[in-house]
Write a protein of this length. Structure first.
Length: 255
């Protein structure tokens, strides 16, 4: 028996980067993962196909969370796929992982980029969580992906950092709102990781000193699997006493 045996989890943005690592960790621990992606893609289908032979299973759903109706559509898809799989429409774990970055200072960030940051990083987790609450079982888990940038000055990504600071307050406030149902709500804050989100910046050192790794105590960048391991722990029965917390998983960034 594995840690998340029989669990049903939703991971937004679950088909690449940190999200794909969470999907892998959860299925390895026995969960059925409803893998949300913005749009249908070969990568999303390949990941769920690859995981067919594991202890858990993974199923795709698609919804653009930048759109106002995106969260509603995602949960309609959740209800459809759980019915197709013969599962009760009940959820054990929600991970609000999907997110975008947009580089820009107070002088240069455009209104369009600002609005998209708010839509994907802030509005979507709020309404994805609102729709999750009638479906999540008492004692379930909600885990939000924040960022170290939520709590230190982040020139050049100021709009992004604002949205992540908001997610951390959302985490604490919702932990109190749902705590009497035994549901825990926590956030994990990664530091800089080498995922698609940062690919251009890390390759070309835009706006930053040569190596982001040099800002960490460990002298290295964490890997998506390292973040997924922390999230899998928070999802597990062992983490039942932890709620309203933000766990930094930054390799000791800017200590
Ligand atoms: P990524 O770009 O590889 O993945 C982002 C995911 O979000 C993708 O699956 C993407 O499809 C999804 N997404 C983006 N826009 C969407 C939309 N409109 N609708 C639905 N889904 C959408 O980046 P990642 O590094 O894996 O990021 C995952 C999370 O980790 C994000 O919340 C990000 O802010 C956070 N984070 C990343 C880093 C880092 O350095 N990479 C650091 C701290 C926090």
């Amino acid at each position: 028996m594995t840690e998340l045996d029989g669990y049903v989890a939703v991971v937004t943005g679950g088909s690449r980067g940190i999200g794909a690592a969470i999907t892998r960790a959860f299925t390895a621990a026995g969960a059925t993962v409803i893998v949300h992606s913005r749009a249908d893609s070969a990568a999303a289908r390949t990941l769920t196909r690859e995981l067919r032979s594991g202890p858990g299973r993974a199923v795709n759903v698609f919804a653009d969370l930048a759109e106002t109706e995106g969260p509603t559509q995602m949960w309609q898809e959740f209800d459809r796929v759980t019915a197709d799989l013969g599962l009760p429409p009940e959820l054990d774990v929600l991970v609000n992982n999907a997110g975008i970055n947009a580089r820009g200072t107070i002088d240069t960030l455009t209104p369009a980029d600002f609005d998209r940051l708010i839509a994907v990083n802030q509005r979507a987790p709020f309404f994805v969580t609102q729709h999750a609450l009638p479906r999540i079982r008492d004692g379930g888990r909600i885990i939000n992906v924040s960022s170290g940038s939520a709590r230190y000055a982040s020139p050049h990504i100021v709009g992004y950092a604002m949205t992540k600071a908001a997610i951390e307050n959302f985490t604490r406030s919702i932990a109190v709102e749902v705590g009497r149902r035994g549901i825990t709500v926590n956030a994990v804050a990664p530091g800089v990781l080498d995922t698609d989100m940062n690919a251009a910046w890390l390759r070309h050192d835009i706006d930053q000193p040569p190596s982001a790794a040099q800002h960490t105590a460990l002298g290295t960048l964490a890997d998506p699997a390292d973040i997924a391991a922390v999230i899998a722990f928070l999802a597990s029965p062992a983490a039942g006493a932890i709620t309203g917390c933000v766990i930094d998983a930054t390799n000791g960034n800017r200590l």
